[in-house]
Design a protein around this ligand. Sequence first.
Ligand SMILES: Nc1ncnc2c1ncn2[C@@H]1O[C@H](COP(=O)(O)OP(=O)(O)OP(=O)(O)O)[C@@H](O)[C@H]1O
Ligand SMILES: [Mg+2]
Length: 233
Amino acid sequence: MPMSSIVELKNLSKSYALASTEVSVLRQLDLSVQQQERVAIIGPSGSGKTTLLLILTGLDTATEGHISIGGESLLGMSGDDRADLRRERIGIVFQSFHLIPSLTARENVALPLEIAGLSNSRQRAMNMLEKVGLSDRHNHYPSQLSGGEQQRVAIARALIHEPELIVADEPTGNLDEQTGDLIMQLLFDLNRDSGTTLLLVTHDTELAARCDRTLKLQDGRLHSLDSSDKATR
Ligand SMILES: Nc1ncnc2c1ncn2[C@@H]1O[C@H](COP(=O)(O)OP(=O)(O)OP(=O)(O)O)[C@@H](O)[C@H]1O
Ligand SMILES: [Mg+2]
């Protein structure tokens, strides 16, 4: 395995047993992402994009196959160890935000730093909220924020610990065009300035075009799209 590979999936399969039938979602899928790469994953609704992200971040388990993140195999890792790996190395932006209702926006964003026992968490959380355009909402609780604002708080929280890998599921899905652009610029700036690897699930063809490559999830596997496919998609 090359040293610079941050995500390695080999022969990954996932199926769900439902009543008497088995639903096969991922079928012997392979994926290798190099450090600092920007990869877009597209595919129709129900093709398994979220499932793939859940498995590669260790939030769900595969039926079969190998997964390693930064050279660490997730197989046989305990749930606690997988949580540590996520906390240390991965920033995750999912479709549901899971903000803590009893904490303000700033406190939600600061939480990963507090858990890690890092100093200066308050100021760093404020800086990050400013970057997602929410400094004037730092004292609001999640219930006092719009859906798009909650999404931006979740994004700020995912980025606050400067992860080396960002995994995002439709990060701009709930946002207007201008706010979506702000968030995408933030992600691409992190890639350029800190070498953060980006793995983005998106329906946004413009966003996919800004990535180094686009992979389409279809029939349980990833297929690379060349630029002519991209243009006519
Ligand atoms: N816990 C589960 N039990 C059974 N089937 C499931 C479960 N979770 C997901 N599936 C099925 O797996 C398939 C893939 O779901 P997934 O959420 O990964 O799709 P997706 O590509 O993210 O779709 P979307 O673009 O709509 O978000 C779907 O057909 C879904 O019904
Ligand atoms: Mg999904």
